[in-house]
Design a protein around this ligand. Structure first.
Ligand code: AMP
Ligand code: TRP
Length: 339
């Protein structure tokens, strides 16, 4: 069976772009593939975090993933730092990736340039090696990600192939997959940039836990254009097209289908808000329900980590053995025999 692995960072709040662009696919995939999903808290450490807030955000993100529909009896859901094999394999990956390869990662270049003279952690640079470890530990076939992660999955493939050719068959070579349906959700105030986590509390971002009134208000104020024609045209009408993408994704239709019957922006905004409210309502209810029993979520995550470890531990052991690390319980004859 196809093995799927993906990860999401516990930073900021989950927003509508995460839900419609990625997480609904995670929920679908769990029924067609052996799916493993990870809250990648170690990846969040590339920038300084407030410890209490990181704990909260990690827990709340897992709660949100279950609320959206991940079923721990079908898929594996766990927190990255609970499976120590990730950090251990990451070192082997750092030593297999080259400095040049890591330097060419556009995400590193963008983020380090943005930081300017400010603090840039070594982890920001080696981040893709940790991501490669995440993926390779599980003999992953497919990695559903957004377009911005394409280069990191390519690097994962290159590093896996290099390791296999240096030390013998060790890793399965994964491929990135990009959802063909669903929305690329844009910021409601700036429809040419993606709705994003860094825009928390911004009027252009719909958060998973926004109240209906807030959602209505944000859609009412959404930026459109000075015409009055409703049609899906990303280049000429980014604001209206974004509303149609959202309305379509929230109601299981294409943006073009969603456009049928609308002649004015007002009703389109109102109906999009209503559709989003309806789509999020059961998720919000389930989120609240899960919040009433935090110890149950803690148990679910522990069980997920145990399931993940069963796959990750033998993969790490294989990589360590193949690269020549001395097994802790090897007999002298094995070692001397090899020499
Ligand atoms: P991030 O919020 O950037 O950590 O992304 C988590 C997942 O959500 C990734 O798979 C992204 O591709 C996806 N995602 C983030 N923002 C959007 C957006 N505005 N529209 C669609 N998908 C998104
Ligand atoms: N780097 C990814 C992001 O920023 C998150 C991530 C970490 C990931 N490890 C992963 C995604 C492994 C897919 C597979 O979105």
């Amino acid at each position: 069976m196809t093995r799927v692995f993906s990860g999401i960072k516990p930073t900021g709040n989950v927003h509508l772009g995460n839900v419609l662009g990625a997480l609904v696919h995670w929920v679908d995939d769990q029924h067609r593939a052996d799916s493993i999903y990870c809250v990648v808290d170690l990846h969040a450490l590339t920038v300084q975090q407030d410890p209490a807030e990181l704990r909260q955000t990690t827990f709340r993100l897992a709660q949100a993933l279950l609320a959206i529909g991940l079923d721990p009896s079908v898929c594996t859901l766990f927190v990255q730092s609970h499976v120590h094999e990730h950090a251990e394999l990451a070192w082997l990956m750092e030593c297999t990736a080259s400095h040049g390869e890591l330097s060419r990662m556009t995400q590193f270049k963008d983020k380090s340039t943005k930081a300017g003279q400010g603090f840039v952690s070594g982890g920001l640079f080696t981040y893709p090696a940790l991501m490669a470890a995440d993926i390779l530990l599980y003999d992953t076939n497919q990695v559903p990600v957004g377009d911005d992660q394409r280069q990191h999955v390519e690097l994962t493939r290159d590093v896996a192939e290099r390791f296999n050719s240096r030390y013998g068959p060790t890793f399965v070579i994964p491929e990135a997959t990009f959802p063909t349906t669903g929305a690329r959700v844009m910021d409601l105030q700036d429809p040419t940039s993606k709705m994003s986590k860094s825009q928390d509390h911004a009027p252009g971002t719909i958060l998973l836990l926004d109240e209906p009134k807030t959602i209505e208000k944000k859609f009412k104020r959404a930026v459109t254009d000075t015409e009055s024609e409703v049609r899906f045209d990303l280049a000429a009408k980014p604001g209206v097209s974004n509303l149609l993408s959202i309305l379509g994704a929230a109601t299981g239709r294409t943006p073009e289908q969603a456009a049928v019957g609308y002649t004015q922006y007002g009703p389109l905004k109102a109906d999009t808000a209503a559709a989003v409210i309806e789509r999020l309502a059961p998720i919000q209810a389930r989120y609240a329900e899960l919040g009433r029993d935090p110890s149950e979520l803690t148990r679910t995550l522990a069980a997920g980590a145990a399931k993940a470890t069963e796959i990750a531990a033998p993969t790490l052991a294989r990589a360590q053995a193949n690269i020549g690390l001395l097994p802790p319980n090897s007999s002298t004859s094995v070692v001397v025999g090899v020499l």
